[in-house]
Design a protein around this ligand. Structure first.
Ligand code: ADP
Ligand code: MG
Length: 373
């Protein structure tokens, strides 16, 4: 029987020399955060009321190294991935809070590698540790900008219209697939890393050519695994995927911050994460009526991870300086909602028809032999 699991939520703070420790307090067990907003905060907190907020999460990583974040966030999901279970890890928070640092990391310093390169390394280490199984690893990388999907391992898009041949379709199990997306086989860690860099390059070229602001797009890097036993009767095939998601900045943009962009763009900048929030609110409401996945590309592509067949973890990236207190509260409130979402991770197993027929033929031969004895 498959068991339902809550989305795990881990808060990561961006290190700062200006920690507003009169406003933000962490409890000794490092799981609860208390935020206090006095009547007037410099920078002009609009609501002139004192406010106190108490939050509790699965964990809180304050001044944590990339390695510590990896250990906390990926280990359990990685084990599941190798065993045929889906996983999703997404970074949420305002621009500048450390989402890209967390997911991709800083390439100039090996110690600062993020969750994506570290996950790639571990996948290939684990595969090498399981010689009895034959694995195929594949990589895809997609960007969603203004409800438009870009295949980061495909050709650089020429214009801003359309989805460059990509299309979200549902299979018979209700699982969303992006049709037309490039999915490349990676035989080694180096090859998988080269796809990450290729995708990053495509993204920055598209950013300049199409005059985009990458903090407003969502990126989904996916490691797909397929495995079968090397020993006999290998008709059983396990499938799984790990989505590593760097979400668009969650800050609410004011009119002045959206000048210079088209009306359509300005409309979507704020909307896309609102749609994600609407899905989460609908899922948190246990009555589970209609879940509006189809309202946006992001929720449609990630529907397995949101109330579906997946182990999901969200990293809420926050800043602890005085001037960001409102955005921090908004991120922590969103993260709290996310904790109410439950998923049901299931083993993804399929039977290879050719291998199955061979197995049946063998069994029939054996039966005939027995009968003739
Ligand atoms: P986001 O993707 O959320 O907009 P970034 O990951 O780009 O934010 O982070 C903004 C800046 O802060 C970058 O220069 C990044 O290197 C730095 N930074 C973020 N988090 C950390 C951290 N935990 N340790 C050191 N530097 C960090
Ligand atoms: Mg970023």
């Amino acid at each position: 029987m498959s068991k339902s699991k809550h989305v795990r939520v881990v808060v990561r703070t961006r290190p700062t020399a200006e920690l507003a420790d009169d406003l933000i307090k962490f409890t000794p067990d490092r799981k609860a955060i208390h935020v206090h907003i006095p009547k007037s905060v410099e920078g002009g907190y609009i609501n002139n009321q004192q406010e106190d907020w108490d939050f509790r999460f699965d964990n809180l990583l304050h001044n944590a190294s990339q390695e510590a974040v990896y250990d906390e966030c990926v280990n359990a999901i990685m084990k599941g991935l190798l065993d045929g279970y889906n996983g999703t890890i997404m970074a949420y928070g305002q621009t500048g809070a450390g989402k890209t640092f967390t997911m991709t990391g800083a390439s100039e310093n090996y110690k600062h590698r993020g969750l994506i390169p570290r996950s790639i390394s571990q996948v290939f280490r684990e595969i090498a540790d399981r010689p009895q199984l034959s694995y195929t690893a594949r990589i895809s990388y997609i960007e969603i900008y203004n409800e438009q999907m870009v295949d980061l391992l495909g050709a650089i898009p020429e214009g801003v219209k359309g989805d460059n041949g990509l299309n979200v379709v549902e299979d018979q199990n209700g699982t969303a697939q992006v049709k037309g997306l490039t999915v490349r086989v990676a035989n080694t860690e180096e090859e998988a890393l080269s796809y990450l860099f290729e995708g990053e390059t495509t993204r920055s070229i598209a950013e300049h050519q199409l005059n985009r602001n990458s903090s407003r797009s969502h990126c989904i890097f996916t490691i797909w695994l397929e495995s079968r036993s090397r020993v006999e009767s290998s008709e059983k095939v396990l499938y799984s995927k790990l989505n590593l998601v760097d979400l668009a900045g969650s800050e609410r943009l004011s009119k002045t911050q959206t000048t210079g962009v088209s009306l359509r763009e300005a409309m979507y900048i704020n909307k896309s994460l609102t749609f994600l929030e609407q899905v989460i609110i609908a899922l948190a409401d246990k009555k589970r009526g209609h879940i509006p996945y189809r309202q946006s590309k992001l929720t449609n592509v990630l529907r397995d991870a949101l109330g579906g067949n997946c182990s999901t973890l969200m990293i809420a990236n926050v800043r602890c300086e005085r001037s960001y207190i409102e955005e921090t509260i908004s991120t922590l409130r969103f993260a709290t909602r996310m904790m109410c979402v439950t998923n049901i991770p299931e083993l993804n197993v399929q039977y290879d028809p050719v291998a199955l027929i061979k197995k049946y033929e063998r069994e029939i031969r054996e039966l005939k032999q027995e009968l003739s004895m």
